[in-house]
Ligand binder design. Structure first.
Ligand SMILES: Nc1nc2c(ncn2[C@@H]2O[C@H](COP(=O)(O)OP(=O)(O)OP(=O)(O)O)[C@@H](O)[C@H]2O)c(=O)[nH]1
Length: 196
């Protein structure tokens, strides 16, 4: 499931991954929730990913809350050209803590790195935040495709969490995070992984 402020590029990231295209031009905000399927080959086994694209707008928050519970993995996005979207990551983590399964796979993504001129969030700031919460981190671009496949395949390689709902310790990541870290570190180029 993709989460993060409105306009950070969740839909575009998903469309890039699914269809290899970029939705340039008019920004059409997601209403409530949407999903797309993609079949991936994971170690010779076909895995069908059902990817939920949530609306970032505050007014749809109660709709999206209902979907956290069933999510096996979350990609949490901010926009490197939008400081507010980065500052809101803390609030998104609180929400995830409250509604998602305690051991859901979680990765932080700083999107729109192609917009170098407009960048206001430094890569190091993203790395620092990710490290603070023990999250794998990478910068992406739905426009150029940078790290898009890697982000989704890392998540697809991650085993589903147990189904019980427990409180997640925000500062003490559970074992699955470490496996995600290792995958991203092994497969990524120019990405970073931040062990706490
Ligand atoms: N330069 C650049 N623009 C992007 C990128 N990703 C998305 N955009 C643009 O950002 C705008 C918002 O993208 P969306 O994918 O619709 O944003 P969203 O997070 O799904 O927004 P909500 O549905 O409201 O939650 C669009 O105008 C996109 O063209 C990117 O990687 N680089």
């Amino acid at each position: 499931m993709l989460v993060g402020d409105s306009g950070v590029g969740k839909t575009c990231l998903l469309v890039r991954f699914k269809d290899g295209a970029f939705l340039a031009g008019t920004f059409i905000s997601t209403v409530g929730i949407d999903f797309r399927n993609k079949v991936l080959d994971v170690d010779g086994v076909k895995v069908k990913l059902q990817i939920w694209d949530t609306a970032g707008q505050e007014r749809f928050r109660s709709v999206t809350h209902a979907y956290y519970r069933d999510a096996h993995a979350l990609l949490l996005l901010y926009d490197v050209t939008n400081k507010a979207s980065f500052d809101n990551i803390q609030a998104w983590l609180t929400e995830i803590h409250e509604y998602a399964q305690h051991n859901v796979a979680l990765m932080l993504l700083g999107n729109k790195v192609d917009s170098a001129q407009e960048r206001v969030v430094k890569r190091e700031d993203g790395e620092k935040l990710a490290k603070e919460y023990g999250l794998p981190f990478m910068e992406t671009s739905a426009k150029t495709g940078l790290n898009v496949d890697l982000a989704f395949t890392a998540i697809a390689n991650h085993p589903p969490p147990h189904r019980e709902l427990k409180q997640r310790s925000m500062k003490a990541p559970s074992e699955p995070h470490f496996r995600l870290h290792d995958y991203v570190k092994r497969e990524g180029q120019g990405t970073s992984c931040c062990r706490p």
